[in-house]
Design a protein around this ligand. Structure first.
Ligand SMILES: Cc1cc2nc3c(=O)[nH]c(=O)nc-3n(C[C@H](O)[C@H](O)[C@H](O)COP(=O)(O)OP(=O)(O)OC[C@H]3O[C@@H](n4cnc5c(N)ncnc54)[C@H](O)[C@@H]3O)c2cc1C
Length: 243
């Protein structure tokens, strides 16, 4: 049933309603909650040609303690700001955006980030960095796709590709199954679940190292980042991400 009360009849409903999917909650109520990874992320796009010009092709990420600010230009007029801080992993409720509070929490990390913070709108993206899972992605004529089924979180950096690959796997599996819808849905999950779970494991592995907690930890992370710039390693990492 749609929000306006209109009823639709369909052979298959695909729930692609994101990490906090209500369709997942209906298919598997025990897996309605997200699985937080210990961070909260806030983000917005804003127009500021001066900041966009200063950034150019560079992305900026502070390696400050307990919280971080990231910035990149989207084009020659606008840029994106991403702010992240550590959060108690036991908390699952979605936070409420508050631009004043955002400025208070994140000011002082970097002069460019402070200028970007001045653009914070009343409504912006604000949520826990989290994954999602369900023991089965389909029930009857309802199935899940993308973050609703297998959110990997922004720490894995593959959520968009996986959502697109999953949609393709679903379409191909259903086409091959012809009238046997449930066989097609089973084949979709058989193909996609191992790929998504591998990316989720990779996201969880990198979660602990995203923001340093102490100066000593920061030194270790800086050394690790320098190693990432070493040619053969870069190639291995790129291959893992693209695969
Ligand atoms: C800050 C941030 C940075 C990220 N960076 C990257 C990155 O660099 N690379 C990458 O690959 N991934 C990244 N991701 C992850 C990526 O955004 C997601 O994995 C991807 O968008 C999942 O696509 P989706 O279509 O499954 O879900 P979503 O993009 O979340 O889309 C779900 C849609 O459903 C709608 N919806 C929800 N409930 C309802 C409802 N009841 N009725 C109607 N509509 C509803 C929502 O409004 C939304 O439009 C990032 C995520 C965040 C938050």
């Amino acid at each position: 049933m749609l929000e306006g009360g209109e009823e639709l009849t369909a052979d298959l409903v695909v729930g692609c309603d994101g990490v906090r999917s209500r369709v997942r909650a209906a298919i598997s109520p025990a897996h309605a909650e997200v699985m937080p990874m210990g961070y909260r992320a806030s983000s917005f796009l804003f127009e500021d040609p001066q900041i966009a010009a200063e950034l150019g092709d560079w992305a900026m990420l502070t390696d400050s303690l307990e919280r971080t600010a990231g910035l990149y230009a989207c084009d020659d007029r606008s840029a994106a700001l991403l702010l992240m801080e550590r959060e108690d992993p036991a908390v699952t409720a979605r936070p409420t955006p508050d631009p004043e509070e955002l400025r208070a929490r994140f000011s002082g990390l970097h002069p460019l980030a402070d200028r970007a913070l001045e653009h914070a709108p009343a409504q912006y993206y604000d949520d826990l960095v989290a994954q999602s899972s369900a023991p089965g992605w389909s029930r009857g004529g309802v199935t899940l796709a993308g973050d609703a089924a297998h959110a990997v979180s922004l720490l894995a950096g593959q959520g968009t590709s996986l959502a697109i690959a999953g949609a393709e796997a679903l379409a191909v599996s259903l086409r091959h199954a012809g009238p046997h819808r449930d066989a097609g849905l089973a084949e979709y999950e058989r193909r996609m679940r191992p790929v998504a779970e591998r990316a989720q494991r990779s996201g969880r592995r990198s979660a602990g190292t995203f923001i340093s907690r102490s100066p000593a930890e920061r030194l270790v992370h800086r050394a690790a980042r320098r190693l990432l710039g070493v040619r053969p390693l870069t190639r291995v990492i790129a291959r893992r991400l693209v695969a």
